[in-house]
Design a binder for this molecule. Structure first.
Ligand SMILES: Nc1ncnc2c1ncn2[C@@H]1O[C@H](COP(=O)(O)OP(=O)(O)OP(=O)(O)O)[C@@H](O)[C@H]1O
Ligand SMILES: [Mg+2]
Length: 147
């Protein structure tokens, strides 16, 4: 996002690894901030879902990372980045039903393999980049004023 995109708001949320008790809290903060900024209800709902899924995946599969919320005149963006281990096959990870969730996570109700497909459905654009050992970066874009 460049300066001429008229950035209105930027917030960084740090996510420690394996912090499942707190996972989900960023999604609540994002919803509250978007509400306070007067962002469209539909985007608040969709960004909340996308944030929750991305946040859960960082907590469950990565060694920690961060989420950046950007609000501009014309869009909202969520940028997820983590410290690895990376996603070996992104196409596979995008496939509904694919999951490597461990048993303990399945017992908690996770592991349907629907997180990333949900992120794709609820955002206007979802880009995933990942490097083994490097980590994963996901960019979700929500276009404003499109309704
Ligand atoms: N940040 C990440 N780092 C490494 N691997 C990931 C990351 N996010 C997702 N994955 C991999 O992609 C798979 C699919 O993720 P997705 O969120 O779609 O499903 P899930 O987390 O397994 O189940 P659900 O989200 O439905 O509870 C995961 O099982 C995991 O193998
Ligand atoms: Mg998931």
């Amino acid at each position: 996002m460049s300066a001429r995109d008229s950035l209105l708001h930027r917030r960084v949320f740090v996510l420690p690894a394996g912090n499942l008790e707190e996972a989900g809290s960023v999604s609540g903060d994002v919803r509250r901030e978007l509400t306070a900024m007067g962002v469209e209800q539909d985007i608040i709902r969709r960004a909340g879902v996308v944030c929750f899924e991305g946040e859960m995946n960082i907590a469950m599969y990565s060694q920690g990372g961060r989420i950046i919320l950007l609000v501009a005149d014309d869009r909202v963006e969520l940028l997820f980045s983590d410290r690895g281990p990376g996603i070996p096959d992104i196409e596979l990870a995008r496939t509904p039903g694919y999951s490597t969730a461990p048993d303990w996570a399945r017992e908690m109700g996770f592991g349907a393999g629907m997180g990333i497909p949900n992120m794709e459905r609820q955002s206007d654009r979802l880009e995933i980049r990942s490097r083994l050992d490097g980590g994963t970066v996901i960019r979700a874009v929500f276009k404003r004023g499109a309704e």
